[in-house]
Design a binder for this molecule. Structure first.
Ligand SMILES: Nc1ncnc2c1ncn2[C@@H]1O[C@H](COP(=O)(O)OP(=O)(O)OP(=O)(O)O)[C@@H](O)[C@H]1O
Ligand SMILES: [Mg+2]
Length: 464
């Protein structure tokens, strides 16, 4: 399996060694800045960008590639196993992510996928994303609720609405939506700076946002530029705005109204050109009623809020299996299993649809990644779908959430098969279908675990 032209970006010779067996025409560029002309002239079939290129450079390379509509797949070669980065690169348009620079087998799989051609990728796009979802945005979902949210994202991004408020429970995709608003409004070249209001003390947060002048407080030994200024005409994402300390709420309100601010200890008025995108996982109007959030700031923020529904909401339930399938296909923890694991058994799919999803999409992604890690067959079954992982540690003995100390796949499998047989009233064809296995496998398992049909089984419920 080989490709005609492969371009390696970065000075690391290991990546060139990794790529060499897959092509006779290997090109290399030392830096991302050197690539654009090369891409024009050699029209590579694959671009490998690797360790040695800084994270920021890599991200902007991906964003610019997307903006320039370069359709050559870009595969990022990581120098560590940080799945968060993988996730982020893929959301910026990377075709795939390899954990290290010696994984020949994975690269072979990626090349095979590329060779299958764009038909499959286009199919993926229409399968997972709704028509309204711009190609630069990776918000999976085709439910009514996602459709509505995406429409709002687009409308808000195309208007000059500033600030933008995004609300939704934890894990519903607020940051993803914020990045979508940013990309659609400003394109990929402008800065998107995120800051979590809950992560810093009031003083630190103030000086991060507004900057400070030298000597404005004891440790201010040099002047600092705040994020509002650094973002330029890009975006500042104020995550968890509901936790913004009261004294800063007044200062932020002034920025939103006047579009200017002063550094801590400074007198000069600095213009704020950035789009302010704020998110809250709490109901802000309730926070106002409790006296925890300034009503004037709330009204200023809530011009056109983008609301993301929880996964359990009727209007978003349709996204659950689609997201699960997408996470299987794009697993970052076990990418090597993504080609083999074809989906979920019926019981596993039912369990996902019934779950309450307090952690929403983040939780679903984790459940799938965990299942990918445990699964040895070609479908994710109920026994590997651990929906309440904390119960594993606590030793809770639910049939599918067995305590860690006596955690055994065999035991879980036996219980699961017995459960499916009972549910199918011992009709083996139905039980096998529920479990997503063949009848022959079911027979073998029943024998292996010596599962007996209870004598109380109603008459007529004979095995098929
Ligand atoms: N519609 C979606 N399609 C694909 N991935 C999604 C979607 N929504 C969320 N995710 C993924 O789920 C995870 C959580 O999303 P995100 O960080 O945007 O949530 P959040 O609402 O900001 O959560 P929190 O309130 O906890 O900060 C991320 O890995 C994100 O990529
Ligand atoms: Mg977030």
């Amino acid at each position: 399996m080989s490709l005609e032209n492969i371009l390696v970006v970065g000075k690391d010779p290991k990546i060139q060694r990794l790529a060499r067996p897959f092509t006779e025409r290997l090109f290399s560029a030392d830096d991302t800045d050197d690539t654009w002309q090369m891409i024009e002239s050699i029209q590579p079939h694959l671009i490998l960008v690797g360790s040695g290129i800084s994270h920021n450079k890599l991200c902007s390379f991906l964003q610019i590639s997307r903006a320039k509509c370069i359709d050559t797949p870009v595969v990022v070669i990581g120098d560590n196993d940080n799945p968060q980065h993988a996730d982020h690169f893929i959301s910026l348009g990377a075709y795939d992510y390899l954990k290290g620079d010696s994984d020949h087998q994975r690269l072979a799989q990626v090349i095979e996928k590329i060779k299958k051609g764009p038909a499959e990728n286009q199919h993926d796009r229409t399968r997972y994303f709704c028509e309204d979802c711009p190609s630069s945005v990776s918000i999976v979902g085709r439910s009514g609720s996602t459709l509505k949210a995406l429409k709002m994202v687009r409308l808000v991004a195309e208007s000059s609405c500033n600030p933008v408020l995004i609300v939704g429970e934890t894990g519903t995709g607020k940051e993803l939506a914020a990045r979508a608003v940013h990309i659609l409004r400003h394109g990929p070249d402008k800065k998107f700076i995120a800051i979590n209001c809950a992560a810093l003390t009031a003083n630190l947060l103030e000086s991060e946002l507004f900057g400070h002048v030298k000597g404005s407080f004891t440790s201010a030994d040099r002047e600092k530029t705040g994020l509002l200024e650094l973002a330029g005409d890009g975006s500042v994402f104020l995550d968890e705005i509901n936790t913004l300390p009261t004294e800063l709420q007044a200062k932020l309100l002034r920025v939103l109204q006047e579009k200017t601010f002063r550094k801590v200890g400074g007198v000069e008025e600095i213009e704020c050109k950035a789009t302010i995108i704020a998110s809250s996982n709490k109901n802000l109007s309730k926070e106002v009623k409790k006296g925890a959030f300034r009503p004037d700031l709330y009204w200023r923020l809530a011009i056109c809020p983008i609301a993301l529904a929880p996964l359990r909401a009727e209007s978003r339930k349709d996204d659950i299996l689609l997201l699960a399938e997408y996470f299987i296909k794009n697993s970052t923890v076990c990418p090597e299993k993504a080609a083999r694991i074809k989906g979920l058994t019926t019981l596993a799919a039912q369990a996902l649809q019934k779950h309450h999803w307090p952690g929403n999409i983040r939780e679903l992604r984790n459940v799938i990644e965990r299942a990918m890690l445990l699964e040895t067959s070609n479908k994710i079954g109920l026994s590997n779908l651990i929906l309440n992982p904390e119960q594993l540690a606590a030793g809770d003995d639910e049939p599918t959430n067995v305590g860690l100390k006596d955690f055994s796949l065999d035991r879980a499998e036996k219980e699961l098969i017995a459960k499916a047989l009972a549910e199918a009233r011992w009709q083996k064809t139905r039980a096998a279908a529920l479990l997503g296995i063949t009848r022959a496998t079911l027979y073998a398992k029943v024998k292996q675990y010596n599962i007996q049909q209870p004598s109380t089984q109603p008459a007529g419920a004979v095995s098929a």
